[in-house]
Design a protein around this ligand. Sequence first.
Ligand SMILES: *Cc1c(COP(=O)(O)O)cnc(C)c1O
Length: 417
Amino acid sequence: MYWSKVSHAEITAQVETALEGNLSYKTEKILGVPASYLDEEQFYDDAPFLENSPFLKTLIANPNHIGCHTLGEEAEPFFKGTQKIEKDLIDLCAEEILAGDKGMQDGYVAPGGTEANIQAIWIYRNYFIKEFKAKPEEIAVVSSQDSHYSMPKGANILNIESIALNVDGATRMIVQEDLETKMTSAQHKGIKYFVLVMNMSTTMFGSVDDIVRVTDYFEANKLNYKTHVDGAFGGFIYPFTNDESSYAFKNQRITSFTLDGHKMLQSPYGTGVFIIRKGFMDYALTEEASYVQGKDYTICGSRSGANAVALWMILKTHGSDGLKVKMRNLTEKATNLCLRLKKMGVSYYHNPYINIVTIRAKHLTPQLAQKYALVPDVHNTEPNWYKIVVMDHVKQGVLDSFLNELMSETDVRQYVN
Ligand SMILES: *Cc1c(COP(=O)(O)O)cnc(C)c1O
Protein backbone atom coordinates (compact mmCIF):
# COMPACT_ATOMS: atom_id res chain seq x y z
CA MET A 1 0.00 0.00 0.00
CA TYR A 2 1.43 3.33 -0.95
CA TRP A 3 0.26 6.71 -2.15
CA SER A 4 1.93 9.98 -1.38
CA LYS A 5 0.72 12.87 0.69
CA VAL A 6 -0.37 15.92 -1.29
CA SER A 7 -0.28 19.53 -0.09
CA HIS A 8 -3.45 21.54 0.51
CA ALA A 9 -2.48 23.91 -2.32
CA GLU A 10 -2.03 21.03 -4.76
CA ILE A 11 -5.33 19.41 -3.70
CA THR A 12 -7.12 22.75 -4.10
CA ALA A 13 -5.63 23.17 -7.57
CA GLN A 14 -6.65 19.65 -8.62
CA VAL A 15 -10.24 20.10 -7.43
CA GLU A 16 -10.31 23.48 -9.18
CA THR A 17 -9.27 21.79 -12.43
CA ALA A 18 -11.89 19.08 -11.91
CA LEU A 19 -14.59 21.71 -11.40
CA GLU A 20 -13.45 23.40 -14.60
CA GLY A 21 -13.95 20.06 -16.33
CA ASN A 22 -17.60 20.12 -15.25
CA LEU A 23 -20.20 22.23 -16.99
CA SER A 24 -20.91 25.23 -14.79
CA TYR A 25 -24.50 26.27 -14.13
CA LYS A 26 -23.08 29.79 -13.68
CA THR A 27 -21.26 30.28 -16.92
CA GLU A 28 -22.59 27.78 -19.44
CA LYS A 29 -25.86 27.22 -21.32
CA ILE A 30 -27.57 24.34 -19.54
CA LEU A 31 -31.24 24.10 -20.36
CA GLY A 32 -32.26 20.49 -19.91
CA VAL A 33 -31.21 19.49 -16.38
CA PRO A 34 -33.60 19.54 -13.42
CA ALA A 35 -30.86 20.90 -11.16
CA SER A 36 -28.74 23.99 -10.52
CA TYR A 37 -26.09 25.36 -8.16
CA LEU A 38 -27.20 25.56 -4.51
CA ASP A 39 -29.72 28.24 -3.56
CA GLU A 40 -27.95 31.58 -3.86
CA GLU A 41 -29.71 33.33 -0.98
CA GLN A 42 -28.35 30.81 1.47
CA PHE A 43 -25.22 29.55 -0.31
CA TYR A 44 -23.69 32.60 -1.97
CA ASP A 45 -20.62 31.66 -3.93
CA ASP A 46 -18.58 34.83 -3.33
CA ALA A 47 -18.01 34.09 0.36
CA PRO A 48 -14.28 34.63 0.94
CA PHE A 49 -13.75 31.39 2.88
CA LEU A 50 -14.68 29.36 -0.22
CA GLU A 51 -11.36 30.31 -1.82
CA ASN A 52 -9.54 27.82 0.39
CA SER A 53 -12.23 25.22 0.66
CA PRO A 54 -12.42 23.00 -2.40
CA PHE A 55 -15.03 20.80 -0.71
CA LEU A 56 -17.46 23.66 -0.02
CA LYS A 57 -16.81 25.02 -3.50
CA THR A 58 -17.79 21.65 -4.97
CA LEU A 59 -20.80 21.45 -2.68
CA ILE A 60 -22.06 24.80 -3.98
CA ALA A 61 -21.32 23.98 -7.63
CA ASN A 62 -23.51 20.92 -6.89
CA PRO A 63 -22.30 18.31 -9.40
CA ASN A 64 -24.47 15.20 -9.66
CA HIS A 65 -22.59 11.87 -9.70
CA ILE A 66 -25.60 9.72 -10.62
CA GLY A 67 -24.53 6.37 -12.11
CA CYS A 68 -21.18 4.54 -11.91
CA HIS A 69 -18.05 6.24 -13.22
CA THR A 70 -15.51 3.44 -13.25
CA LEU A 71 -17.19 1.53 -16.08
CA GLY A 72 -15.40 3.58 -18.74
CA GLU A 73 -18.62 4.16 -20.61
CA GLU A 74 -19.85 7.52 -21.72
CA ALA A 75 -21.27 8.81 -18.43
CA GLU A 76 -23.20 12.08 -18.04
CA PRO A 77 -20.84 14.57 -19.70
CA PHE A 78 -21.93 17.49 -17.52
CA PHE A 79 -19.78 16.61 -14.53
CA LYS A 80 -16.95 14.57 -15.97
CA GLY A 81 -14.29 16.60 -14.12
CA THR A 82 -15.34 15.61 -10.61
CA GLN A 83 -16.54 12.19 -11.79
CA LYS A 84 -12.93 11.52 -12.75
CA ILE A 85 -11.97 12.29 -9.13
CA GLU A 86 -14.49 9.69 -8.02
CA LYS A 87 -12.96 7.14 -10.40
CA ASP A 88 -9.48 7.92 -9.05
CA LEU A 89 -10.81 7.56 -5.51
CA ILE A 90 -12.36 4.14 -6.21
CA ASP A 91 -9.15 2.98 -7.92
CA LEU A 92 -7.09 4.17 -4.96
CA CYS A 93 -9.29 2.34 -2.44
CA ALA A 94 -9.45 -0.81 -4.58
CA GLU A 95 -5.80 -0.98 -5.62
CA GLU A 96 -3.87 0.52 -2.72
CA ILE A 97 -6.01 -0.18 0.36
CA LEU A 98 -7.50 -3.48 -0.87
CA ALA A 99 -4.60 -4.65 -3.08
CA GLY A 100 -6.69 -5.13 -6.22
CA ASP A 101 -5.14 -5.47 -9.68
CA LYS A 102 -4.90 -2.25 -11.64
CA GLY A 103 -8.13 -1.31 -13.40
CA MET A 104 -9.90 -4.51 -12.36
CA GLN A 105 -12.55 -3.10 -10.00
CA ASP A 106 -15.66 -0.95 -10.27
CA GLY A 107 -17.47 1.03 -7.62
CA TYR A 108 -19.07 4.24 -6.48
CA VAL A 109 -19.52 6.51 -3.48
CA ALA A 110 -22.76 5.36 -1.85
CA PRO A 111 -24.83 7.24 0.72
CA GLY A 112 -23.42 4.89 3.36
CA GLY A 113 -22.48 1.39 4.39
CA THR A 114 -26.10 0.31 4.43
CA GLU A 115 -26.59 0.99 0.74
CA ALA A 116 -23.21 -0.45 -0.19
CA ASN A 117 -24.09 -3.71 1.61
CA ILE A 118 -27.53 -3.87 0.00
CA GLN A 119 -26.00 -3.04 -3.40
CA ALA A 120 -23.77 -6.12 -3.00
CA ILE A 121 -26.66 -8.37 -1.96
CA TRP A 122 -28.74 -7.01 -4.87
CA ILE A 123 -25.97 -7.73 -7.40
CA TYR A 124 -25.45 -11.31 -6.17
CA ARG A 125 -29.19 -12.02 -6.02
CA ASN A 126 -29.49 -10.93 -9.65
CA TYR A 127 -26.34 -12.88 -10.56
CA PHE A 128 -27.83 -16.10 -9.15
CA ILE A 129 -31.15 -15.43 -10.89
CA LYS A 130 -29.56 -14.58 -14.23
CA GLU A 131 -26.78 -17.16 -14.36
CA PHE A 132 -28.45 -20.10 -12.55
CA LYS A 133 -32.15 -19.35 -12.95
CA ALA A 134 -32.40 -19.23 -9.15
CA LYS A 135 -35.73 -18.43 -7.56
CA PRO A 136 -35.66 -15.79 -4.80
CA GLU A 137 -36.64 -18.39 -2.18
CA GLU A 138 -33.55 -20.43 -3.12
CA ILE A 139 -31.19 -17.55 -2.21
CA ALA A 140 -30.01 -16.58 1.29
CA VAL A 141 -27.76 -14.01 2.87
CA VAL A 142 -25.46 -15.66 5.42
CA SER A 143 -23.70 -13.61 8.09
CA SER A 144 -22.83 -13.70 11.78
CA GLN A 145 -25.24 -12.62 14.51
CA ASP A 146 -22.90 -9.69 15.21
CA SER A 147 -23.34 -8.40 11.65
CA HIS A 148 -24.87 -5.02 10.95
CA TYR A 149 -28.64 -4.93 10.55
CA SER A 150 -28.26 -3.88 6.92
CA MET A 151 -27.94 -7.61 6.10
CA PRO A 152 -31.44 -8.63 7.30
CA LYS A 153 -32.70 -5.28 5.97
CA GLY A 154 -31.27 -6.03 2.52
CA ALA A 155 -32.61 -9.59 2.56
CA ASN A 156 -36.03 -8.21 3.44
CA ILE A 157 -36.04 -5.59 0.68
CA LEU A 158 -34.77 -8.11 -1.88
CA ASN A 159 -37.17 -10.79 -0.74
CA ILE A 160 -34.56 -13.45 0.04
CA GLU A 161 -33.75 -15.42 3.19
CA SER A 162 -31.40 -14.22 5.91
CA ILE A 163 -29.38 -16.66 7.99
CA ALA A 164 -27.62 -15.41 11.14
CA LEU A 165 -24.79 -17.59 12.44
CA ASN A 166 -24.13 -17.80 16.18
CA VAL A 167 -20.85 -16.51 17.50
CA ASP A 168 -18.90 -17.60 20.55
CA GLY A 169 -19.76 -15.37 23.51
CA ALA A 170 -16.14 -14.60 24.33
CA THR A 171 -14.24 -14.71 21.01
CA ARG A 172 -17.16 -13.40 18.88
CA MET A 173 -16.04 -15.86 16.16
CA ILE A 174 -18.64 -17.80 14.13
CA VAL A 175 -19.29 -21.17 15.77
CA GLN A 176 -18.30 -23.89 13.29
CA GLU A 177 -21.01 -26.36 14.40
CA ASP A 178 -23.67 -23.68 14.05
CA LEU A 179 -22.40 -22.85 10.55
CA GLU A 180 -22.61 -26.53 9.59
CA THR A 181 -26.05 -27.10 11.14
CA LYS A 182 -27.63 -23.98 9.67
CA MET A 183 -26.16 -24.50 6.21
CA THR A 184 -27.32 -28.13 6.14
CA SER A 185 -30.80 -27.17 7.26
CA ALA A 186 -30.94 -24.32 4.69
CA GLN A 187 -30.09 -26.79 1.92
CA HIS A 188 -32.83 -29.15 3.17
CA LYS A 189 -35.23 -26.24 2.87
CA GLY A 190 -34.21 -25.83 -0.79
CA ILE A 191 -31.73 -22.96 -0.50
CA LYS A 192 -28.99 -23.41 -3.11
CA TYR A 193 -27.36 -20.00 -3.47
CA PHE A 194 -25.60 -18.06 -0.75
CA VAL A 195 -24.55 -14.44 -0.37
CA LEU A 196 -21.89 -14.72 2.32
CA VAL A 197 -21.12 -11.49 4.17
CA MET A 198 -17.92 -11.43 6.19
CA ASN A 199 -17.16 -8.64 8.64
CA MET A 200 -13.90 -6.78 8.38
CA SER A 201 -14.90 -5.62 11.82
CA THR A 202 -18.33 -5.63 13.39
CA THR A 203 -19.81 -2.42 14.74
CA MET A 204 -20.27 -3.57 18.34
CA PHE A 205 -17.09 -5.57 18.97
CA GLY A 206 -14.60 -4.77 16.25
CA SER A 207 -14.41 -8.52 15.69
CA VAL A 208 -13.16 -9.67 12.29
CA ASP A 209 -14.68 -12.86 10.93
CA ASP A 210 -12.44 -15.85 10.32
CA ILE A 211 -12.88 -15.64 6.55
CA VAL A 212 -10.48 -18.48 5.73
CA ARG A 213 -12.26 -21.01 7.94
CA VAL A 214 -15.76 -19.96 6.89
CA THR A 215 -15.04 -19.89 3.14
CA ASP A 216 -13.15 -23.21 3.47
CA TYR A 217 -16.46 -24.71 4.55
CA PHE A 218 -18.26 -23.29 1.50
CA GLU A 219 -15.48 -24.50 -0.80
CA ALA A 220 -15.25 -27.97 0.73
CA ASN A 221 -19.00 -28.44 0.39
CA LYS A 222 -18.98 -27.07 -3.18
CA LEU A 223 -21.66 -24.52 -2.35
CA ASN A 224 -22.63 -21.86 -4.87
CA TYR A 225 -21.74 -18.64 -3.06
CA LYS A 226 -20.34 -15.13 -3.44
CA THR A 227 -18.51 -13.29 -0.67
CA HIS A 228 -19.08 -9.65 0.20
CA VAL A 229 -16.97 -7.99 2.91
CA ASP A 230 -18.61 -5.45 5.20
CA GLY A 231 -15.79 -3.05 5.99
CA ALA A 232 -18.13 -0.17 6.85
CA PHE A 233 -16.47 0.12 10.22
CA GLY A 234 -13.06 -1.49 9.72
CA GLY A 235 -12.36 -0.79 6.05
CA PHE A 236 -10.38 2.36 6.68
CA ILE A 237 -8.53 1.03 9.72
CA TYR A 238 -7.87 -2.73 9.50
CA PRO A 239 -5.86 -2.66 6.24
CA PHE A 240 -3.71 0.10 7.80
CA THR A 241 -3.05 -1.69 11.07
CA ASN A 242 -2.77 -5.34 10.00
CA ASP A 243 -0.05 -6.05 7.45
CA GLU A 244 -1.12 -9.71 7.22
CA SER A 245 -4.79 -9.03 6.49
CA SER A 246 -6.52 -11.69 4.34
CA TYR A 247 -9.20 -9.11 3.55
CA ALA A 248 -8.02 -7.90 0.16
CA PHE A 249 -8.73 -8.52 -3.52
CA LYS A 250 -5.73 -10.85 -3.67
CA ASN A 251 -8.03 -13.22 -1.78
CA GLN A 252 -9.84 -14.70 -4.81
CA ARG A 253 -12.81 -15.74 -2.68
CA ILE A 254 -13.81 -12.11 -2.09
CA THR A 255 -15.81 -10.34 -4.80
CA SER A 256 -16.79 -7.03 -3.17
CA PHE A 257 -16.26 -4.63 -0.28
CA THR A 258 -18.10 -1.93 1.63
CA LEU A 259 -16.02 0.84 3.21
CA ASP A 260 -17.39 3.84 5.07
CA GLY A 261 -15.51 7.14 4.96
CA HIS A 262 -17.87 8.78 7.44
CA LYS A 263 -16.64 6.55 10.24
CA MET A 264 -12.84 6.24 10.51
CA LEU A 265 -11.93 8.82 7.85
CA GLN A 266 -14.05 11.57 9.42
CA SER A 267 -15.54 12.56 6.08
CA PRO A 268 -19.05 14.06 5.90
CA TYR A 269 -22.05 11.72 5.94
CA GLY A 270 -22.83 10.35 2.53
CA THR A 271 -19.43 8.77 1.98
CA GLY A 272 -19.95 5.04 1.87
CA VAL A 273 -17.84 3.24 -0.71
CA PHE A 274 -18.88 0.20 -2.73
CA ILE A 275 -16.19 -1.71 -4.64
CA ILE A 276 -16.63 -4.88 -6.69
CA ARG A 277 -14.58 -6.92 -9.17
CA LYS A 278 -15.13 -5.94 -12.80
CA GLY A 279 -17.92 -7.84 -14.54
CA PHE A 280 -20.45 -7.63 -11.71
CA MET A 281 -21.87 -4.08 -11.84
CA ASP A 282 -23.92 -5.12 -14.86
CA TYR A 283 -26.17 -7.25 -12.66
CA ALA A 284 -27.42 -3.99 -11.15
CA LEU A 285 -27.97 -2.23 -14.47
CA THR A 286 -31.35 -0.55 -14.77
CA GLU A 287 -31.92 -0.47 -18.54
CA GLU A 288 -34.97 1.73 -18.08
CA ALA A 289 -32.79 4.61 -16.81
CA SER A 290 -32.88 5.92 -20.37
CA TYR A 291 -32.57 9.63 -19.59
CA VAL A 292 -29.31 9.07 -17.69
CA GLN A 293 -26.45 8.93 -20.16
CA GLY A 294 -24.33 5.91 -19.23
CA LYS A 295 -27.37 4.39 -17.45
CA ASP A 296 -27.67 3.71 -13.73
CA TYR A 297 -26.14 0.86 -11.76
CA THR A 298 -26.76 2.04 -8.21
CA ILE A 299 -29.60 1.96 -5.71
CA CYS A 300 -29.62 5.66 -4.90
CA GLY A 301 -29.65 7.58 -8.21
CA SER A 302 -28.67 11.25 -7.80
CA ARG A 303 -25.84 11.88 -5.36
CA SER A 304 -23.52 14.75 -4.61
CA GLY A 305 -20.11 14.80 -6.27
CA ALA A 306 -18.83 16.78 -3.28
CA ASN A 307 -18.84 13.56 -1.22
CA ALA A 308 -16.38 11.84 -3.57
CA VAL A 309 -14.22 14.98 -3.52
CA ALA A 310 -14.23 15.03 0.31
CA LEU A 311 -13.08 11.41 0.56
CA TRP A 312 -10.43 11.85 -2.10
CA MET A 313 -9.11 14.99 -0.39
CA ILE A 314 -8.84 13.25 2.98
CA LEU A 315 -6.96 10.26 1.54
CA LYS A 316 -4.60 12.55 -0.39
CA THR A 317 -3.97 14.96 2.46
CA HIS A 318 -2.69 12.19 4.76
CA GLY A 319 -1.09 9.84 2.25
CA SER A 320 -0.94 6.14 3.10
CA ASP A 321 1.86 6.62 5.64
CA GLY A 322 -0.04 9.36 7.45
CA LEU A 323 -3.14 7.19 7.74
CA LYS A 324 -1.08 4.24 8.96
CA VAL A 325 0.32 6.37 11.77
CA LYS A 326 -3.09 7.82 12.61
CA MET A 327 -4.88 4.46 12.70
CA ARG A 328 -2.08 2.74 14.61
CA ASN A 329 -2.18 5.49 17.22
CA LEU A 330 -5.87 4.82 17.76
CA THR A 331 -5.46 1.05 18.11
CA GLU A 332 -2.50 1.58 20.42
CA LYS A 333 -4.62 3.81 22.63
CA ALA A 334 -7.29 1.10 22.69
CA THR A 335 -4.67 -1.48 23.64
CA ASN A 336 -3.44 0.70 26.51
CA LEU A 337 -7.01 1.10 27.72
CA CYS A 338 -7.29 -2.70 27.73
CA LEU A 339 -4.14 -3.07 29.81
CA ARG A 340 -5.67 -0.79 32.43
CA LEU A 341 -8.98 -2.70 32.36
CA LYS A 342 -7.14 -5.98 32.72
CA LYS A 343 -5.29 -4.70 35.78
CA MET A 344 -8.65 -3.78 37.30
CA GLY A 345 -10.06 -7.23 36.58
CA VAL A 346 -12.61 -5.88 34.10
CA SER A 347 -13.44 -8.23 31.24
CA TYR A 348 -13.68 -6.87 27.71
CA TYR A 349 -13.39 -7.77 24.03
CA HIS A 350 -10.72 -6.13 21.88
CA ASN A 351 -9.29 -6.93 18.47
CA PRO A 352 -5.76 -5.46 18.53
CA TYR A 353 -6.13 -4.13 14.96
CA ILE A 354 -9.34 -2.24 15.72
CA ASN A 355 -10.07 0.77 17.94
CA ILE A 356 -13.13 -0.67 19.72
CA VAL A 357 -13.10 -1.93 23.31
CA THR A 358 -16.31 -3.66 24.41
CA ILE A 359 -16.73 -4.02 28.16
CA ARG A 360 -18.94 -6.59 29.92
CA ALA A 361 -21.90 -4.61 31.27
CA LYS A 362 -21.65 -6.22 34.72
CA HIS A 363 -18.55 -4.13 35.43
CA LEU A 364 -20.21 -0.72 35.27
CA THR A 365 -23.35 1.07 36.31
CA PRO A 366 -25.72 2.42 33.64
CA GLN A 367 -25.06 5.88 35.15
CA LEU A 368 -21.35 5.68 34.40
CA ALA A 369 -22.03 4.32 30.92
CA GLN A 370 -24.43 7.20 30.31
CA LYS A 371 -22.07 9.83 31.70
CA TYR A 372 -19.38 8.84 29.20
CA ALA A 373 -21.83 8.08 26.36
CA LEU A 374 -20.80 4.44 26.06
CA VAL A 375 -23.04 2.55 23.63
CA PRO A 376 -24.85 -0.59 24.84
CA ASP A 377 -25.40 -3.69 22.68
CA VAL A 378 -29.18 -3.47 23.23
CA HIS A 379 -31.45 -0.60 24.22
CA ASN A 380 -34.76 -2.16 25.22
CA THR A 381 -33.46 -4.83 27.57
CA GLU A 382 -30.61 -5.16 30.06
CA PRO A 383 -27.35 -4.66 28.13
CA ASN A 384 -24.64 -7.31 28.13
CA TRP A 385 -21.95 -5.05 26.77
CA TYR A 386 -20.95 -1.40 26.51
CA LYS A 387 -18.47 -0.21 23.91
CA ILE A 388 -15.86 2.48 23.74
CA VAL A 389 -14.78 3.55 20.26
CA VAL A 390 -11.41 5.26 20.38
CA MET A 391 -11.96 7.92 17.74
CA ASP A 392 -9.92 11.05 17.08
CA HIS A 393 -11.81 13.08 19.70
CA VAL A 394 -11.34 10.46 22.45
CA LYS A 395 -8.55 12.09 24.42
CA GLN A 396 -6.44 10.30 26.98
CA GLY A 397 -7.64 12.62 29.75
CA VAL A 398 -11.25 11.57 29.26
CA LEU A 399 -10.27 7.90 29.16
CA ASP A 400 -8.30 8.42 32.38
CA SER A 401 -11.24 10.02 34.21
CA PHE A 402 -13.51 7.22 33.00
CA LEU A 403 -11.06 4.62 34.28
CA ASN A 404 -10.76 6.40 37.63
CA GLU A 405 -14.52 6.44 38.09
CA LEU A 406 -14.77 2.83 36.98
CA MET A 407 -12.05 1.97 39.49
CA SER A 408 -13.94 3.58 42.39
CA GLU A 409 -17.17 1.86 41.32
CA THR A 410 -15.31 -1.45 41.20
CA ASP A 411 -13.78 -0.83 44.66
CA VAL A 412 -17.22 -0.12 46.10
CA ARG A 413 -18.60 -3.27 44.53
CA GLN A 414 -15.75 -5.38 45.89
CA TYR A 415 -16.28 -3.86 49.34
CA VAL A 416 -20.02 -4.57 49.21
CA ASN A 417 -19.41 -8.12 48.04
C1 LIG B 1 -21.96 1.62 10.29
C2 LIG B 1 -21.97 0.28 9.71
C3 LIG B 1 -22.83 -0.06 8.65
C4 LIG B 1 -23.84 0.89 8.09
O1 LIG B 1 -23.29 2.02 7.59
P1 LIG B 1 -24.14 3.38 7.41
O2 LIG B 1 -23.11 4.23 6.81
O3 LIG B 1 -24.63 3.79 8.76
O4 LIG B 1 -25.26 3.07 6.47
C5 LIG B 1 -22.76 -1.33 8.14
N1 LIG B 1 -21.90 -2.23 8.64
C6 LIG B 1 -21.06 -1.95 9.66
C7 LIG B 1 -20.13 -3.01 10.17
C8 LIG B 1 -21.07 -0.69 10.22
O5 LIG B 1 -20.24 -0.40 11.24
